[in-house]
Design a protein around this ligand. Structure first.
Ligand SMILES: [Fe+2]
Length: 445
């Protein structure tokens, strides 16, 4: 292993193996199209490495995977646009068999990764579960690592890891290397299914905002969005009876032409859903969960379409707090199946709770991960603290007409809610708001 001295953000010298070598690292498995028949893999090496090869084999418990491998040539581009520091590689495995275990490795035909294992999805509506994580974003090596590892260790059989944006605070080399350090080989085993957050954009130049230089290098997702510009950002995956729709909410509000394109696409994508269930995952919350937010034009547009098609559950991030609820008093009169809205946070950055009181369960100052499973007419939802303790749980039972019945777990009602305002966040509240906060949350069970 090559040890290289690195300077951390707080100026301390530390040692790590972050520097690129001829051996593949930062390996990310993704779903580039039909989840039953395709997988993509991206990886990272020294800049001089200009051969990109993937080998794939049907799973074999004997260590003879090389004997039945199929070789696929991939592509390479600089890991970071405009930089000669390292090379990014990508390969797509297609024509795989549904519901089948495979092993793969990537390399340059001389220097290889280890063999990784995965299973393709079924092409039918079969039970499965996935992990949902809110913003990882800050202190990714220090605190992001434990949530990624705990979530995977608790649910190693989950089919993928879904991220609702702000995977990193800044889309630069420093943050992405921490992200891959934190997730390590997990990302090569369990596909990443992400939607971008505002931190995947350069927020400092509002009029000419640029998108992450790394996102498209790392993630290869189905090209079924409204236009090529939004590839890997707005897309959907039909997974064993559930349509998952990634809505790049930070892209909304840039210009009216794009806004219309995004919402027209969302409308079409929900209208054409052939599955019984639909999940939307997106960064900005429809209802605020923390103090001091303003995304009203997106919230109004998104809410109207989610209600129109009765989206079952909307998974969100951005607010660095936890909220869960349907906010039924705000449901449109003609809304049949009002969505369940979740806001969650995975990483270290924490805010205080909003005093709008729309949600039925909240948390602040708490790193959380979620496991969501589907089985026939039942969606089962569980949220856990990073300590592995259950924090929230409910089920949605779908009837013959597509309407969901909500059942909250009795056990959860007994678990005390965590409502501590994180250090330094008191200043977000006026005196009156602080009084309301204390009256509401500190009397909660
Ligand atoms: Fe955000």
């Amino acid at each position: 292993m090559l040890f290289v001295g690195c300077t951390s953000r707080d100026g301390k010298e530390e040692y790590s193996d972050f520097a690129p070598t001829v051996f593949p690292d930062r390996i990310m498995l993704t779903i580039p199209g039909d989840p039953a028949t395709s997988r993509a893999v991206s990886w990272h090496t020294v800049y001089e490495d200009t051969v990109s090869i993937g080998e794939i084999s049907l799973m074999d418990a004997a260590p003879i995977l090389e004997e039945n491998k199929v070789t696929v040539t991939g592509t390479f581009t600089p890991w970071e646009n405009g930089s000669l520091a390292s090379m990014g590689h990508k390969v797509i495995f297609e024509n795989l068999k549904p519901d089948t275990k495979y092993a793969y490795r990537v390399g340059d035909d001389e220097n290889w990764s280890e063999w990784f294992q995965f299973k393709t999805s079924s092409d039918k509506a079969e039970p499965f579960s996935f992990i949902y994580l809110g913003d990882v974003q800050n202190e990714v090596k220090s605190y992001g690592s434990r949530i990624l590892r705990q979530a995977y260790s608790h649910f190693p059989d989950a089919d993928f890891m879904l991220f609702t944006g702000d995977l990193v605070k800044v889309s630069n080399e420093e943050y992405w290397r921490e992200f891959f350090y934190a997730g390590g080989w997990i990302f090569g085993m369990m596909p990443g299914v992400p939607t971008p957050g505002n931190h995947e954009y350069d927020e400092h130049v509002v009029q000419t905002r640029t998108f992450s230089k790394h996102w498209n290098q790392i993630f290869t997702l189905p090209p079924n969005g409204p236009s090529e510009k939004f590839n890997n950002r707005l897309y959907f995956i039909d997974y064993q009876g559930v349509r998952f729709v990634s809505v790049d909410s930070p892209a909304y509000g840039e210009n009216s032409k794009d806004d219309k394109m995004i919402m027209d696409w969302l409308d079409r994508t929900l209208e054409s859903n052939p599955n019984r269930w639909v999940v939307v995952f997106t960064h900005y919350p429809i209802y605020y969960c923390c103090q001091g937010r303003d995304k009203k034009s997106y919230q109004d547009a998104g809410k109207a379409i989610f209600e129109k098609y009765g989206v079952d559950i909307v998974l969100q991030g951005h607010d660095h707090t936890y909220c869960r609820g349907q906010n039924l008093p705000d449901a449109a009169a003609n809304s049949k199946n009002h969505p369940m809205y979740i806001v969650s946070v995975a990483g270290e950055k924490m805010y205080g709770l909003n005093i709008n009181f729309w949600s039925d369960r909240v948390a602040s100052n708490t790193q959380l991960y979620q496991n969501i499973s589907f089985s026939g007419d039942t969606l089962s939802y569980k949220s856990f603290t990073v300590s592995g303790d259950l924090y929230d749980e409910f089920m949605l039972i779908k009837d013959k007409t597509g309407i969901n019945r909500f059942i909250e777990s009795k056990e959860v009602r007994e678990i005390k809610q965590r409502v501590e305002i994180p250090e330094g966040e008191e200043e977000e509240y006026t005196d009156e708001e602080m009084m309301k906060y204390r009256q509401k949350f500190q009397k909660m069970p």
